[in-house]
Design a protein around this ligand. Structure first.
Ligand code: HEM
Length: 400
């Protein structure tokens, strides 16, 4: 989707640089103050917006579109042709309704019972030292079980899908190399094949859930086969790793700040504030993009039509104009931290928000009931790129 970056130009946002990918926040601090509406010299036709207020105001501007103009090269993500991520209202609204009804707060809590069960069985299986790889066993797999309850699908095989999904997300970044693009394509080849396998399975043996229900909607002429395929790909494959990164971020905070874990255990009225702070600091989706359809002026900078605008929500979440001491874990900032932008803004904001938060609550509550203390048992292995803040492993020790 994005032009490959060249390397010789000076840039405030060196997308491909490893130090930048590992910890982009010092660069965000500079770009926010020096060039809040930044014409990216490394990437064709691209402007980057990094201040909180601008993202809230312009991220949902009605003149912006999800539809890529002609200059945008085809990418593996171009397989999405008729789903919520490429449609604007009103078609978007109609498609969103079809998934939203499966993720109401009541249903999300019901799906998240599968998360609690998976966490309980991980704790049952602890060795005498309580060592656990928390990303996979307390976040990814438990979150996936909730999603499979909603979809009415079997739970096996998600480790592989999530690893591929990580490569697929890299393909949405700003400095995608040819090799990264190839891996993104391989990821979608694999994930698409699994989705077709599950569709065939639920056609042959329907079970309650969103998949079988959508198959029926296709049979009734209410949805197309393409919408069914893309919709299932989005919900089965793409979202859960983000939920897992968020949950893992919370567990790392609990391990590094025992007082915050203690507060979660003793004060249910503080859960919302703690969850907000975790979600603000661990912004799994670093940015979102739109295209201009007409000139758009932000802070005196005129962005011409057909430009790509990248909204840096991870930067907004650490904007000192909104969050005092933005890099600090501070669970007393409840009211303001509730306004983080981690789930996006406007019509395309995340439809997985409710189930992700239900899953995170289920993980934290289950652990809080059974675990006295959470300790770091080694350094985390992060797998960030310039689009996702990701974990590969989080070694913890649970003291039961
Ligand atoms: C079960 C887990 C999840 C699923 C199934 C999911 C799915 C999706 C989908 C399908 C969209 C596109 C919505 C649209 O265009 O209308 C989306 C957008 C988004 N999601 Fe999620 N997501 C999940 C979890 C998360 C989490 C945990 C975060 C971050 C905390 C997140 C952040 C976002 C953001 C920022 C957007 C907006 C992108 C944009 O405006 O272009 N998602 N999500």
């Amino acid at each position: 989707m994005n032009a490959h970056a060249t390397t010789k130009v000076e840039s405030l946002l060196p997308w491909a640089n490893k130090a930048f990918r590992d910890n982009p926040y010092p660069w965000y601090d500079v770009v926010r103050s020096k060039a809040p509406v930044y014409k990216d010299p490394l990437v064709e036709n691209t402007f980057v917006i990094s201040r909180y207020d601008d993202i809230v105001k312009y991220g949902k501007h009605p003149s912006l579109t999800m539809k890529a103009p002609d200059w945008v090269p085809k990418s593996p993500w171009s397989l999405f042709k008729d789903s919520i991520i490429v449609r604007d209202p009103p078609e978007h609204t109609d498609l969103r309704r079809r998934s939203n009804k499966w993720f109401t707060p009541k249903l999300a809590n019901q799906w998240a019972e599968a998360t609690a069960k998976a966490v309980n069985s991980a704790i049952d299986g602890l060795g005498p030292q309580g060592m656990i790889e928390a990303f996979r066993n307390l976040a990814l797999i438990p979150a996936h079980h909730a999603m499979c309850s909603a979809l009415g699908l079997p739970t096996e095989g998600y480790d592989t899908a999530s690893a591929w999904m990580h490569d697929a997300m890299t393909g949405l970044g700003s400095a995608v190399t040819a090799e990264e693009e190839q891996r993104c394509q391989a990821a979608f080849d694999y994930l698409s094949d699994r989705v077709r396998y599950y569709l065939a399975m639920r056609r042959a043996s329907p079970e309650p859930g969103m998949t079988a229900s959508w198959i029926e909607e296709v049979a009734n002429g209410e949805m197309t086969e393409q919408q069914l395929f893309e919709g299932l790909l989005l919900f089965w494959a793409t979202g859960t790793p983000n939920a897992a990164y968020l949950i893992t971020g919370g567990l790392e905070i609990f391990a590094r700040h025992p007082d915050v874990f203690e507060l979660w255990k003793t004060s249910p009225d503080k859960h919302q504030a703690i969850m907000n702070e975790i979600t603000r600091l661990h912004t799994p989706e670093i940015s979102f993009t739109r295209f201009t359809t007409e000139e758009l002026e932000i802070r005196g900078v005129k962005i011409p039509p057909k430009m790509l605008v990248r909204f840096m929500i991870a930067s907004a979440n650490r904007d000192p104009e909104v969050f005092k001491d933005p890099h600090k874990v501070d669970v007393t900032r409840s009211a303001e931290a509730g306004n983080h932008l981690s789930f996006g803004v406007g019509a395309h904001s995340c439809p997985g928000m409710i189930i992700s938060l239900a899953e995170a609550n289920a993980v934290f509550n289950t652990i809080a009931k059974r675990v006295k203390r959470i300790e770091m048992a080694g350094e985390p292995v992060y797998a960030h790129n310039d689009r996702s803040a990701a974990y590969a492993r989080l070694p913890l020790r649970l003291v039961v």
